[in-house]
Every structure is written in C-alpha cells, then in structure tokens.
Ligand binder design. Structure first.
Ligand code: COA
Length: 174
C-alpha cells in the first residue's frame, strides 16, 4: 500500500523583499519574478512530499489581482493538495504587505504540477495525500477536475476521456 502524507507535511512559507531589480519601470514587481518565486516555493513543497527530485510539469492560469510595489514584503505559502501517481498538484497563495502601514493584501493563488523523478529523469510514484481540514478536503476533491483540464490543455487527454469534466462541459459519451 502507498504511504500517505498530510498536506501540512509539505507546507512551505517563503518570504521575499521586493528590491529595485525585481520591478518594472512603474516600480511594481514583475510578473515573471513572482512566477519564479512561485516555482521555487512549490518545488520545495513537492520535494518535501515526495522526498525526491521534482520537475515542473505545468502551471495553471495565473492572474495578478493587485500590483505589488517596490519595498513590499511578499509571502508565498505552498503545499501539496493532491498526489496522483508521479505527479503532485501544489497550491501557492501569495500575500503582500506594506510593512510601514501594516497593510496586507492577497495578490494571487495558483496551482502548479510537479512530477517526481529518479536519477534518470523517469517519473516515480509519490505518497498519496490525506487532507485533514475542511478546506484541504475541498481542494483535494476539486483536484481531479483540474488535473483532467490541464491534461486536455496539454494535449495529453482527449476531452471524451475526462469523466470528471463531462458534467461541466456537457460532453456526450463517445
Ligand atoms: C514532466 C515529465 C517528467 C513527464 O514525463 P513523461 O515521460 O511524459 O511521463 P508520463 O507521461 O508518465 O507522465 C508522468 C506524470 O506527469 C504528468 N504530466 C505530464 N505532463 C503534464 C502536464 N502538462 N500537466 C500536468 N501533468 C502532466 C502525467 O499526468 C503523469 O502524472 P501521473 O504519474 O501522476 O499519472 C517530462 O515531460 C519532463 O521531464 N518535462 C520537462 C520538465 C522540466 O524540465 N520542467 C522545467 C521546465 S523549464
């Protein structure tokens, strides 16, 4: 039987200070820099869950709700929400703070998928996820739908095979 791990066992919190080299000409944090930090924090969460080397397989849609300013402190929190065979869905929540005023705001959230690999780059199985909190259970339950959607978008699954999405898109049986 496959080992199980709790989402909290892969939890990672990473804090960064937005410096001039991280910003665009408007003094706002560049999206690419934020995505780089999201990639790192989620890779660490994936490593902690799988205790192995991981690679980024895909990144879901990312929207930037509010600009993050030069001098803001950015905190990225990541944990594995669900694992399949070799792949893991990781949720990242990003919060920014203007420290002098204490104003904190949610910047964005996203799901990244990482795959655990061996020394030859071959995918290897990872432990299953056992959600504990109500929120973790809700995110866990939605993960299968999100997986099927990203596999269709990545050209790895036919829409007709996506059982979990049938009801949403009203796809008829083939
Ligand atoms: C990700 C990678 C290891 C998958 O290898 P593969 O030979 O295609 O292996 P498989 O087809 O067996 O897929 C392995 C897992 O990856 C998942 N996967 C592959 N492509 C995916 C995608 N676009 N989105 C989500 N999951 C994906 C599969 O669903 C499978 O998951 P499962 O084992 O949990 O069922 C391989 O494509 C790779 O090394 N890609 C480059 C990774 C990289 O360099 N990332 C940094 C980008 S610069």
């Amino acid at each position: 039987m496959r080992k199980k791990k709790f989402p909290r066992e892969s939890f990672v919190s990473m804090t960064e200070l937005v410096l001039p080299n991280d910003t665009n000409t408007l003094n706002n944090l560049m999206g690419g820099r934020l995505m780089h930090w999201m990639d790192i924090v989620s890779a660490i969460a994936g490593q902690k869950h799988s205790n192995s080397t991981v690679v980024t397989a895909s990144v879901d849609n990312i929207s930037f709700k509010h600009p993050i300013r030069l001098g803001n402190v950015v905190t990225l929190k990541a944990k594995v929400t669900r694992a399949f065979n070799s792949s893991m869905e990781i949720r990242i929540d990003v919060e920014a703070e203007d420290v002098p005023t204490g104003h904190k705001f949610e910047s964005n959230a996203a799901y990244f998928t990482f795959v655990a690999i061996d020394q030859n780059g071959k995918p290897i199985n990872v432990p299953e996820v056992e959600p504990e909190t109500e929120e973790e259970k809700e995110v866990y339950n939605g993960a299968l739908r999100r997986r099927q959607l990203r596999l269709i978008l990545g050209g790895r699954m036919k829409p007709q095979e996506a059982n979990e999405l049938r009801s949403i898109f009203d796809i008829k049986e083939a």
